[in-house]
Design a binder for this molecule. Sequence first.
Ligand SMILES: CC(C)(COP(=O)(O)OP(=O)(O)OC[C@H]1O[C@@H](n2cnc3c(N)ncnc32)[C@H](O)[C@@H]1OP(=O)(O)O)[C@@H](O)C(=O)NCCC(=O)NCCS
Length: 200
Amino acid sequence: MDEDPLRFELRLRDGTPVVVRPLCAEDRPTVAEAYRRLSPESRYARFWSPTGEMIGDAMLDRLVRQDPATHVSWAVLDLSRPFTGLGGASWWRDPPGGDEVEMSAIVLDSDHGRGIGTLLLAVLWLTAFQAGAREMVGYVLPDNRKASRWLRDCGGTGTWDGYKLIYRWKLADLDLLPETPAAADLAAWLAELAPRLLHD
Ligand SMILES: CC(C)(COP(=O)(O)OP(=O)(O)OC[C@H]1O[C@@H](n2cnc3c(N)ncnc32)[C@H](O)[C@@H]1OP(=O)(O)O)[C@@H](O)C(=O)NCCC(=O)NCCS
């Protein structure tokens, strides 16, 4: 058992050992470097505006600040690599105490398709449920086919509001997960992590 209850040593589908834990203030340089390493397309897909390689201080503050009721952000790290960051994901809850959280996730381009996003989605799911939320939504730009397919494969119910795609999960209802490899991975992570992330 890991000593820190919020630090998990897990293995990706391909066997790679990873550490999964909440972001903290000391992660600011790592988050800034991960941002720099992203392709412009991935940055745009996540942040919805054309930006350079430098993340702003205000966004860094927003990402690393944790408040269990309104915002959590987690990272997946490969400690065997010179640059350890693989991906990160957050949820935001407005109003605090509301039923719904909004999720977002990003994985380094070179590490897409390794199951990192799905692992992060499971962490977001359980931490949101533990915080009392009952629904999770993810917003996706219409040309972001990769994220749309992934969120649909993970059981998100998609709707279109004329500007963006909205994927929604009912967090108490695992029976709604589809029969896809991604949803099977998601269900497996949920089962493995629930005992560690859900408590009275
Ligand atoms: C969207 C994003 C976060 C997904 O992260 P990821 O780590 O590549 O996600 P995963 O590896 O868990 O899943 C991606 C693919 O692997 C597939 N997959 C997952 N588990 C699998 C398994 N066990 N066997 C085979 N395929 C599997 C998924 O179905 C998915 O394939 P698809 O895109 O054809 O549906 C990543 O592409 C990204 O960072 N994009 C840019 C940012 C972005 O768009 N963010 C918006 C999301 S809110």
